[in-house]
Structures are given as structure tokens and as C-alpha cells.
Design a protein around this ligand. Sequence first.
Ligand code: ZN
Length: 456
Amino acid sequence: MKQKTISRSVSCSGIGIHSGEPARLTFKPAEVNTGIQFVRADLKGKPRIPAIIDHVNSIKRGTALGIGEVKVYTVEHVLAAVSGLGIDNLLIEVRGVEIPAADGSSSIFVQLLEKAGIVEQDAPRKVAVLTKPFNYEENGIQFLLLPNDTLKISFHIEYPNPIVGCQFDSLEINAETFREHIAEARTFAFFEDVEQLKKEGLIKGGSLDNALVINGDKILNSEPLRSPKELVRHKILDLLGDLYLLGVPLKAHVISSKSGHPSNINLVRKLRDQLNLSDSPLKILPVEAPEKKDQARSSAPEKMVMGINQILERMPHRYPFLMVDRILEFEPEKRVVGIKNVTINEPFFQGHFPGHPIMPGVLIVEAMGQAGGLLLMKSVPEPENKVVYFMSLDKIKFRKPVFPGDQLRMVLEMSRFRHRICKMKGCGYVGDDLVAEAEMTAMVVDKDTIPDHNTR
Ligand code: ZN
């Protein structure tokens, strides 16, 4: 795997959430082995601050870097975007003291960097590889890091508030998962803390345009949550940005319980210390390319033909009833292979069954039906005006239970398609095990046609 930078300069402007001051940010390509460097382009001599843990200056409601009097505030959301997209070398020029807040997420930075074009450079990428478990705790905050082939982050938060409550999410971090699940998650604050933060001279630029504000059981913003897990996903975003201050990408499964910037930064300091030890569990290694072992084991991202955004465009189902996360294979009028990652956060596990969570068999069939629906929709003209109704389900067999943590793979094969009616055979797998099968008959109808009572 090669190092990456961008192919041209791109800019945006905005105000800093804490300083309230305007700033202009420009991403510029950088040579191999430059790393990520902030440049205060508005100061004499355009001083640079490498984005590494040694230059962390303050961690009050955000991560700030500084060398002497030269400072850049609130770097974590832009660093998360750079890390999430796998960029190794980049100059981040700032005219102003703080990175623009944009909408409180990393979306704008992702859009800009992708607009600039991400390009490979002629040098191997180096990563910090964890070889043994590593654990760090402070004041009830816990980190556990486990060896893993990629960077994966699992995060648990718990707030005594009905909107946030207890949330958990766990994701392999790559450009695609970052773009789809993490980048858009906004920063959040509790209404009761706002006055105190203002007193401390913070959030002078804060508004409902750049942060979610939670008051009791209400969100004060007019834009609702972007996903049910937006809040925990923002914590993942912050941690990802802070972890990049290690100075090299990390290859490990990072599990965090309730961490924030101060503890994230302490963790990265501990990891940095490990890098300097001879018998350390953390080693900097060049990434061999391509990694044959990885490809054989997780060919899914290579083969993906439809990601969640395209699925959302083509299907009417939404949370909690959308049961397809990704399409891996697609042959029009023949075959589709989709996956559904089943997590403990699925709403049905609350009641099915407490203390013994298993996925309801009918929902396995539903997941197969939804993947089959996609196959059918792609086989008719004007799919945007059509919906799929299932007419019959036969020979349903449930062979094995599906548990939280399983990846359900739905394989649908079309055996007949005539006069808008189609027959499909569906099989559900977890790993190599067949967990369920069914024969389905479905019909494509115009959206404005009322179906017969025997269809659904
Ligand atoms: Zn944040």
C-alpha cells in the first residue's frame, strides 16, 4: 500500500466554534514522508505545526496544537477526515486561529478532499501495528486495544439523558465506512452546559448550525438526528482524529468506554511512548501491498457493487426496517448477494429475547426478500415508480440461529421472471453455514396501484 496525498489545493471558509472567529482553510498536496502539517498562513514566515501528539497544547472541549505562540484550535474533525480517507501527507493551511466548524461534523472536509482528488505516491505507507493487547484506564474511562488487521473502533457512551442514554457502535475504519457512517456525525452539547461553556470563553461561535444541542428529551436543532447512532459516531470521529496524532496510522481494534479528548490524548501519549521501546507491542511497519491474506479473508470491500447510499436510493425501507447494508454481487435478472451486519443494537433484540438475543427468523426472510427486491427493481424500467410486493413464501426452513455479531449473507437467485412476476430462491448464510432458506414469489407493481389484499 502506497502513501497518499491530494492532487491539487482546495479551500473553504467558516467560523471557529470556540473562538467565533472567521478562518480560511486550504488543503495542499505534500511530499512523501511529510505527514500532516498545519500551516498558519496568516502569520509571518508561515510557521508549521506537525500534527503529532508532542504538539498538543490544550484539550479543553477539543484538541488544540501549538508550538510556542503559534496555535491551531479544534483540529480533531479535520484530522478525522484526513485519517478516515487514508491520507498520509498533507498541508492544512489556516488563515485564522481555529479550524472552521462547518456543520460540526467532518462532511465538508471529506467533500473538499475528495474534490481535490486523493492520489497515491511513490513510497510505501507505514503503519503502527499492535502485536499484543494494550490497556489504559483513567477515572472510569477505559481503553482496550487488541491486535487487528485494520483499524477498527468500538465505542460505548453512557449519559444520564434520554436522547443519548447508552449507545454503542463498532466499525472497521476505511474510506468507505468513514464516509458513510462517521463523517456526517455532528458534535453535541447539553443545553444545561451551554452557559458554563460560554463563561469559560468557549463556544463563542457555537450555534444550532454547527452543533447538536440536547435539552432533556429534545433536540433543539431543526435538523433531526442524521442516524440513531449519530452521537456515539461523533465520539468515534473525535477519537479517530485524536488517534492520528500518533503520527502514523494505527492498525488495531480500539475499544473505548466513555473517552473524550483528554483521555484520548493521554492514550495517544502512552502509545507514542510504546513506539520508542524496543520490546514494545506496537511496531511501525511498512504495509505490504497487496496483502494477500487480508484479501482472501475479507474480500467484501473489493467486491462491493452497491453501498448503503445507493441502497437507500433504490429502496423505500428505512431504519429499523432496512435489512440490507451492502450489495456484494449483482447480475441483472439472475442473482444478488447482499449482507446485513447484525449487531446487539438491533431494536428487535430488546424483546427477542431478553438475556438470549437471537434474530427472529421472519426477519431473516425479510432481509432475503429485501435483497431480492433490489434484484427485481433493477430488472424493470422506471424502478423509481415501482414497488415490490411479495405474493408467496414457500419451503421456508430455519436451520441455525443468528446471533448479535453475525454477518448475514443473503444469496438470491431468480428462477423465473415473466409479466412482472418473479420467482426466487433465497438462502441466508453466516460464514459457511446455511441459516435459512425460502422460495419467494414477488410482483413489481406501480407505486400508485393498490395491491390485492393477499399481497403485502
Ligand atoms: Zn468533536
